[in-house]
Write a protein that binds this ligand. Structure first.
Ligand code: HSE
Length: 404
């Protein structure tokens, strides 16, 4: 029998406790021994919960209990999760987490403590909810040189965009639906401004390219400026709008990484990823493209990934899994001015069509009675921004986004 402690009894933490009970037999078979949740740490009062006898408020109780071999951190955020994770590792306990913010901002340091202590710090649930993506990149695709990863990494924004496209809802209406369904983060700006997707693409980039890519160096744009006009025009161009996180190796070995809304051609497999689902495309030099698809958020899908990590940690006590990257600074992040893409632009003004054609030269207009919009040829970001600036002297730029 192995004993574990769960930190945080919110959506994910309570899901893990439930799952460990519902699937106890399967988990015991797969871990080769039963696993018991001995403690649940939460500062709130759960005296009426059926697990009331397991609750503690002081992390020291868990830290000082030699019976606890795995600490499951589902608190989210960095405070107090960072302190508790560090203390758990320093006191010789493996840590499993769903906390993408913590992994994205302190992953290199926490992984190095785990390495020194010969422990596991596992975070399958931090990206893609229930979708297996961390292990596939670290293990199943380990014989490939991965050069690009892109995908839909945030369920809330994908739900909002799907409702805007399919039901014609405004952004505000679709957001309140997503909040009612419990998909959005406590603070919805983390979802809609792209920060949640940014943390996830940073984790995937760090894992694929072996050096920590910090969110603070990544250009991040959310979906708050996407309008129903953009949705309609994208449709006329044979595309749907999706919020993508993307990372790519540059020719000089640096790492491009960014988050932003894109026009995605309808024949791309990523375009068919709807609602709260996530889809992640990984390109390796031997496998080509491999896509990972599934529920990207939600209590039980996320608990499924966390609980698999618990089983893995129990099966690998004092036998580290190869899941690691080195620390690095801004010097390894490629300047986006050198990134090439096609762009969608919507503009307003007298002679907008001829001005667009004159400045951007090689473009395709999207035929529409109400708006002037077009798609450029592939162009470097710095050239696109120069042209956009020139166009903005003569017209009103209503929106622009990359085309996948
Ligand atoms: N708010 C996140 C999302 C939860 O919508 O994807 C899962 O990380």
């Amino acid at each position: 029998m192995k004993k574990i402690a769960v930190l945080g009894y919110g959506t994910v933490g309570s899901g893990v406790v439930e799952l460990m009970e519902i699937n106890a037999k399967t988990i015991a078979e797969n871990a080769a021994e039963p696993i018991e949740v001995k403690y649940i740490l939460d500062i709130r009062d759960f005296s009426n919960d059926k697990n009331a006898d397991k609750f503690v408020k002081d992390f020291a109780v868990i830290e000082n209990d030699p019976e606890i071999c795995v600490v499951v951190e589902t608190i989210g955020g960095t405070n107090p999760a960072y302190d508790f994770t560090k203390r758990a590792l320093l006191s010789g306990k493996n840590v499993v987490t769903s906390n993408k913010e913590l992994v994205a901002t302190h992953g290199a340091e926490l992984l190095s403590i785990a390495r020194e202590k010969n422990l596991n710090y596992l975070f399958e649930a931090s990206v893609g909810g229930g979708i297996p993506i961390i292990r596939p990149i670290a293990q199943c695709l380990a014989a490939n040189k991965i050069d690009e990863i892109y995908g839909i990494l945030n369920g809330t924004t994908n739900y909002i965009l799907t409702r805007m496209i399919k039901a014609g809802l405004t952004f505000e209406k679709a957001l309140s639906e997503a909040q009612e369904l419990g998909y959005a983060e406590r603070d919805p700006s983390a979802d809609i401004e792209g920060h949640d997707a940014c943390r996830k693409i940073c984790i995937l980039a760090s894992l694929a390219f072996g050096r920590h890519i910090y969110p603070k160096y990544i250009k991040t744009e959310g979906i708050t400026k996407v309008t129903l006009d953009d949705v309609r025009l994208a449709g006329k161009a044979g595309c749907v709008i999706r919020l993508l996180g993307r990372t790519k190796l540059s020719d000089d070995g640096k790492v491009f990484a960014y988050v932003g809304p894109h026009l995605v051609p309808k024949d791309s497999p990523i375009a068919s990823v709807e609602d709260v689902f996530n889809g992640i495309m990984v390109h390796g030099n031997m496998i080509g493209n491999a896509m990972f698809y599934g529920p990207g958020a939600g209590k039980y899908p996320t608990a499924s990934a966390v609980s698999a990590d618990i089983i893995d940690a129990v099966k690998h006590i004092r036998a580290r899994k190869y899941l690691d990257w080195d620390d690095a600074g801004e010097e390894i992040v490629a300047d986006m001015s050198g990134f090439e893409s096609k762009y969608y632009v919507r503009i307003l003004g007298e002679n907008a069509r001829s001005i667009a054609a004159q400045i951007f030269e090689d473009i395709e207009f999207i035929e529409d009675d109400e708006a002037v919009a077009f798609i450029t040829a592939r162009i470097m970001e710095k050239d696109f921004e120069e042209k956009l600036d020139a166009a903005s002297q003569k017209c009103n730029i209503l929106s622009h986004m990359r085309v996948l």
